[in-house]
Design a protein around this ligand. Sequence first.
Ligand SMILES: [Zn+2]
Length: 424
Amino acid sequence: MQEIYNAILDYVKTLEIIDTHEHLPGKEEYLDKNTDILKEYLIHYFSTDLLSSGLSRENYNFVVDASKPLIKRWEVVEKYWENARYTGYGRAIDLTVQELYGIERIDRSTIEKANELFLKGRSDSPYRRILKEKCKIRTCLADNMDLESDRRYFTPVYKLDTHIFFRNIDQVRQLSGEAGVAVTSFDDWLELAESMIERAISRGITVFKSGLAYERPIFYEKANYTQAEEAFNKIFKYFHLPDWASRELKIKKEFEDYMMHFVLHIINKHGLTVQFHTGIQEGNGNILGNSNPVQLSNLFLTYNNIKFDLFHISYPYYGEAIALCKMFPNVYLDMCWAHIISPHSSMEFLSEFIDTVAVNKVSAFGGDYCMVDPVYGHQLMARQNVSRVLAEKVSHGIFSVDRACRVAKMMFFDNPVEIFNLKG
Ligand SMILES: [Zn+2]
């Protein structure tokens, strides 16, 4: 078994891969300059494990304050760091510093050296060095609201949520300005959405994204025009509010439901792909049930020309996600973020997936990070996890080592090229 694993992993490590999802800034020069290793590595993910393990919010704020002495901040976080070190998030960080900085693990004796090397690396083209040379990533699908992202590294993804879900009244003015459409009625709002989406498509966008499982249940009923218009008209009661007043805006669900169907109707005509956040939400506290992928079934049934890409293996709902992917020709699964949420479940998922669904319907890796360094640790874990599962199938006589290597290349490269309409 170990020999088979080594043979497959040796091959998998040579593969150029597609990264199906990142939140990295669209250009290297946008990376935070006033940072250090603790501030950077605790932007998200591992910080969630630390807070969940008992680190107080107040102490967290101190730990990520780069103006305070590094070792004092380490002393505050050390106990929690040691508690959480063996989670997927923690392991990705240690694998990262091993490869990038030649340091076995981050701890009291290495934190200062690691920080020195991290800061040095910051000015040495981190995107080229890490994404291209170390990770062998052909392109990352970028969810960063920046359609001008550097094309050497990124393929921009169009975020649909600003058309569907209101956070703030200023959103209307901002989109209105971008689209050059004055919003004086619901019809104007629909025209604005349609013209922005069509314009993005004409500029080469092939992938869209919705992350609304953070905000509401992802069941979108068919609402009628009148209900949606009535809900939308509430925005006109807000325009007089001065800048310093709270301009937060919540309007009825019927508007959101209608808009989701409206934008999907446009994308369906073009036969493009929509990535949906499903499963666990990042951060400490949300309503997990809102993200269960079975709630999307009516959309799968209605928009047959859209390729629906379900993020994060819908963890922990991956049994449901596999069933949906088996049932629907237009549903695909995406392992982005999954290998670090739970390395164990990622392997269990992939083993069950191979036993259940055709192997062309899954993408094996997406970093899903806001910071560049740990993309390295994450993609290494992905290569190891996939190789382990494939080795297990070989040892059970399901297929040969050669075929396992071919399947790995599909999952890391050919499948995402096909699912996201990329030019290989
Ligand atoms: Zn994400």
